[in-house]
Design a protein around this ligand. Structure first.
Ligand code: PEP
Ligand code: MG
Length: 551
């Protein structure tokens, strides 16, 4: 038996083949070829494969979201065979006697530049589509699997670590669980696993060997272990755990449709965190009462170029409409730190968590901010959208954000585009500065939402990505809980509501503390809704105390 100990960051037991994720090298190197006909045959094969993939995607979209959303993939499929594009590739091949990859890359760049230089905003936005199609053909030429996983059956995805930009592009239906050498409980792989409701273990270091690729393994997200060739005793324990887990799930089903209210009548809004419109299915399946955090940056991480206003509008509108009038809080772009997006060309920083990230980028790049705000306000006509700004430290930032909102509303009104002028505006409390300024900030906004992942990191000076800090990274540290209390008091004094959207919100042990503080909303991974509801319904808010705030 091989037992690898790590840190369990998403609960549950699952059995499957370990699939070691290989980071694909996507750089195109120009080579000279002797057999040009063979190169053309490779190209034809990659084109045919791309068209087949795009047609399958269009079909899936048509089934799930109707004809309109399938159009994008149908257009991409047509572009693969576009006469001018193909002619350009062939010309490079013939003139330069080079490999197909190089010829495709040259054509892709030429066409993308041509579209980007056009006057019409719609045509300019098509440059991103061309880059997308080109990347697809290149991937097929280079043998890079679609969705990052080259397996017909779902697997346990193993890796050194996974960047948000990698996980977002993966085919989630192929992932049974995550096992990583690095990472931490607050890393985005962990958050994604909890959203998907699948087990994850991180921080296994070198003990998780690449040689294990393809071997059958059990992953236990509660114990933080990965087991290969279990002995009889371990196997029995794992099987029993799996059975108990299924039983618990069935029991929690009875919580669906029940109110999130304590025995003494205190209502807590139980919302969900999502990263993409697809995650709404998990919210609805777990009976989440709203969306407390839509991490909009994942729309930016999923593409190779800035998502257009239209692309964002469609995504926000889809979520708002699917939630049918329930509150959907969309956080504006929060990139930087661990969420790097190449096309933003951010400077390399010594301490990116303390650098140019989140609202700082938006306030420095008004055009990027304006595009997102326009999409958000346009979508506000189709549901109950609220806008939330991340990483706030100062009053002037909030004032500037609000000015940007006013200016976008004015533009839309002048263009006759519908929007909701009463759209709620909130901020994240995730820096110590925002806690100290909470009284002033509360006067400017409709709600606070505490990002405990970053608030813990910045309050305790503990990197949220670092797994070696051990007892120094104390999620229940009184300093963090006192900060939360200060923010809650400031919110309530100003007559606004306060929620928690960081991972601490789902911490059952802290529920009595949150109730004692009068926290109004908890936004958690969809899989945490029903366990938390069961706990809320057993609690008596009036008897809850703040004893954990004592040092
Ligand atoms: C947080 O910091 O707690 C939060 C919810 O935001 P993110 O994890 O995306 O930084
Ligand atoms: Mg944060």
């Amino acid at each position: 038996m091989i037992l690898i100990q790590g840190k369990g960051v998403s609960s549950g037991v699952v059995k499957g083949k370990l699939y070691f994720y290989e980071r694909p090298d996507t750089t195109v190197v120009k080579t000279t070829v002797d057999d040009l006909e063979a190169e053309k045959a490779r190209l034809a094969e990659a084109q045919a494969k791309s068209i087949a993939q795009l047609e399958a995607l269009a079909e899936k979209c048509r089934e799930e979201a109707g004809d309109e959303s399938a159009i994008l993939f149908e257009t991409h499929a047509m572009f693969v065979e576009d006469d001018d594009y193909v002619e350009c590739i062939m010309e490079t091949l013939d003139d330069e006697q080079c490999n197909a990859e190089y010829a495709v890359e040259v054509a892709g760049e030429q066409f993308a530049q041509m579209f980007a230089a056009m006057d019409d905003a719609y045509m300019q936005a098509r440059a991103a589509d061309i880059k997308d199609v080109t990347r697809r053909i290149l991937n097929n030429l280079m043998g890079i699997p679609e969705g990052g996983i080259d397996s017909d059956e779902p697997v346990i995805l193993a890796a050194d670590d996974l960047a948000p930009s990698e996980t977002i592009q993966m085919d989630k239906s192929k992932i049974l669980g995550f096992a990583t050498q690095g990472g931490s409980g607050n890393s985005h792989t962990a958050i994604l696993a909890r959203t998907m409701g699948i087990p994850a273990v991180c921080g296994m270091g070198e003990a998780l060997k690449k040689d294990y690729h393809g071997r059958l393994a059990y992953i236990d997200g509660d114990e933080g272990t990965v087991v290969l060739d279990p002995d009889e005793l371990t196997l029995t324990a794992l099987k029993q755990k799996y059975a108990e887990q299924q039983e618990r799930k069935a029991l929690l089903e009875t919580m669906k449709g029940q109110e999130d209210v304590t025995l003494d009548g205190r209502k807590v809004n139980l919302y969900c965190n999502i990263g993409s419109p697809d995650d709404v299915n998990a919210v609805l399946a777990n009976d989440g009462q709203g969306i407390g955090l839509f991490r909009s940056e994942f729309l930016y991480l999923a593409t190779n170029d800035y998502p257009t206003e239209e692309d964002q509008f469609q995504a926000y509108k889809t979520v708002a409409a699917a939630m049918g009038g329930k509150r959907v809080i969309i956080r504006t772009l929060d990139i930087g730190a661990d969420k790097q997006v190449d096309y933003f060309q951010l400077n390399k920083e010594e301490n990116p968590a303390l650098g140019m990230r989140a609202i700082r980028i938006c306030l420095n790049r008004p055009e990027v901010f304006r595009t997102q705000l326009r999409a958000l306000y346009r979508a506000s006509a189709y549901g109950k959208i609220a806008i939330m700004f991340p990483m706030i430290t100062s009053v002037w930032e909030v004032k500037e954000c609000k000015r940007a909102c006013q200016s976008v509303m004015k533009e839309l009104a002048a263009e006759g585009i519908p929007f909701n002028p009463e759209t709620e505006i909130g901020i994240m409390i995730e820096t110590p500065a925002s806690v100290f300024m909470a009284r002033d900030l509360a006067k400017l906004v409709d709600f606070f939402s505490v990002g405990t992942n970053d608030l813990t990191q910045y309050t305790l000076a503990c990197d949220r990505q670092c797994n070696d800090l051990g007892k120094f990274f104390d999620a229940h540290h009184p300093a963090v809980l006192r900060a939360l209390k200060m923010a809650a008091d400031a919110a309530h004094e100003a007559g606004i509501w306060i929620g928690i959207c960081g991972e601490l919100g789902a911490d059952i042990e802290l529920l009595p503390t949150f109730l004692a503080m009068g926290i109004d909303e908890l936004s958690v991974s969809p899989s945490s809704v029903l366990p938390l509801r069961a706990e809320i319904r057993k609690s008596i808010a009036q008897t809850c105390t703040l004893e954990l705030l004592e040092g």
